[in-house]
Design a protein around this ligand. Structure first.
Ligand code: FAD
Length: 397
């Protein structure tokens, strides 16, 4: 059997999956299907490993075998963390959780039949409840040449292979001109992380469509970020859109071109189109509309968490931190859902601590109007991120 990556599946694996589907015909068991190995789902599976969901078969559908932890991604690029340190082995996690792992891409949901459409054999999986945590992908739609020439920051494997190309080019070329499109926290961290690796061998420009970097952050945090970028000689262009990406430059909406050997696309990620195409209620941008219980507003048997979820009347930043925070209410509510008990609302705090690594042994801490930049904040971020990953290392059953 060939999976969507063109890899052969060994016959024992095919048989094991087929057997697990047969055993799931047991009527007393119900089916929970998790789509995507986002931050909320990996934590959920970790919890199910400690405290299984009684009488429920759990299946994870994932298009990758290892899920990247976003908190460590810039640190990996800057050389602080190895690939293994920031990756979660999903087969091992599912084994620990007693869940089935299906390495495939979900392509849609048949809402009437309660079936997930997958690129797999069998091509549909029937569920009693579904949870979606698929994040987003870099949205380059409508920008000429971007698909061909820009390196997306999401999905992570494409970002990492793009970065590998930059590193290879840095060996043979004197100075690389690198443009990062998008001045949110991801774009700023990415630019600084790459800068710390290339040093004087790279000339960086961050281009941001809004009037300030770090939208959603307090002006104090933005000022610190602007200072750091200035000291590191990263040029910043605000209030400008990139309208075309060419092999050696980008063109702005003013018509001006900026030379670029590599262009990284870190503007806000877009949700997958199949969510809206399946008939789920979505926002204009295509994010799944959910109630504070994380149930989709159109179908109460479908939950969503992380970047892909848009909670009614709340505007949460799209960040790994919030995807992580949604794990607890998601777990609580899935347990309640299967037990027929009342579900509870995910309560968001007014302010939350955000730590932005600056790849110089320091991090910017931002909490509402409070902001600072220090080595202590980096140590705190490193401690939080390593503690997160520790939950997924050495899992055995
Ligand atoms: C360069 C960069 C740095 C960042 N740094 C930080 C940071 O330091 N801290 C922070 O909080 N946030 C950071 N972010 C933001 C963060 O990456 C995202 O907000 C976060 O990953 C969203 O988590 P999630 O759980 O929603 O989904 P994701 O982490 O995106 O995970 C979704 C998973 O689902 C898989 N998937 C997608 N579609 C399908 C499908 N159809 N079927 C099966 N599987 C599928 C994907 O391959 C992926 O593995 C950064 C982003 C970028 C680009």
């Amino acid at each position: 059997m060939i999976n969507q990556h063109g890899q052969n599946r060994n016959p024992e694996e095919v048989q094991a999956i087929a057997n697990s589907f047969n055993s799931s015909n047991n009527a007393s068991f119900r089916e929970l299907i998790l789509i995507g190995p986002g931050h909320a789902h990996v934590l959920l599976l970790r919890k199910f490993g400690d405290n299984p969901l009684g009488n429920v078969h759990v299946t994870l559908i994932s298009d990758v075998e290892h899920a990247a932890y976003s908190g460590m991604l810039p640190g990996h690029i800057s050389g602080i963390y190895t690939r293994d340190e920031m990756m979660i082995d999903l087969r091992r996690l599912c084994h620990f959780a007693g869940a089935r792992f299906i390495h495939s891409e979900a392509r849609g949901i048949d809402l009437k039949r309660k079936q997930i459409l997958v690129d797999f054999n069998p091509p549909t999986l029937t569920a009693d409840a579904v949870s979606i945590n698929v994040g987003g992908t870099s949205c380059v739609a409508g920008v000429a040449g971007a698909e061909a020439w820009a390196i997306p920051s999401k999905p992570v494997p494409e970002l990492l292979s793009g970065w590998a190309r930059v590193e290879a080019a840095a060996h043979s070329k004197q100075s690389l001109r690198i443009v990062v499109v998008g001045g949110g926290a991801g774009g700023v961290e990415l630019a600084l992380a790459m800068h710390s690796r290339l040093g004087d061998n790279g000339a960086f420009t961050v281009i941001h469509a809004g009037s300030h970097l770090l939208p959603g952050y307090h002006p104090r945090t933005r000022r610190i970020a602007a200072e750091v970028l200035g000291i590191r000689k990263v040029s910043v262009i605000t209030d400008r859109r990139v309208v075309e990406v060419m092999p050696d430059s980008v063109r702005l909406d003013t018509g001006k071109t900026i030379a670029a050997d590599f262009v990284f696309w870190a503007a806000q990620a877009a949700p997958p189109a199949w969510l809206a195409e399946s008939g789920l209620e979505t926002t204009i941008e295509g994010f799944v509309r959910v109630t504070p219980t994380l149930q989709t507003i159109s179908h109460h048997w479908i939950f969503a968490a992380g970047d892909v979820a848009a909670i009614e009347n709340r505007r949460l930043p799209k960040s790994g931190v919030f995807a992580v925070r949604m794990a607890k209410p998601l777990e609580r509510n899935l347990r309640a859902y299967f037990a027929g008990a009342p579900l509870g609302a995910y309560k968001t705090q007014r302010h939350s601590l955000s730590l932005i690594g600056t790849a110089d042994g320091r991090a910017i801490a931002s909490y509402g109007p409070l902001a600072g930049h220090s080595a202590l904040f980096w140590r705190l971020k490193d401690w939080i991120d390593r503690r997160f990953m520790k939950q997924f290392t050495g899992l055995t059953r």
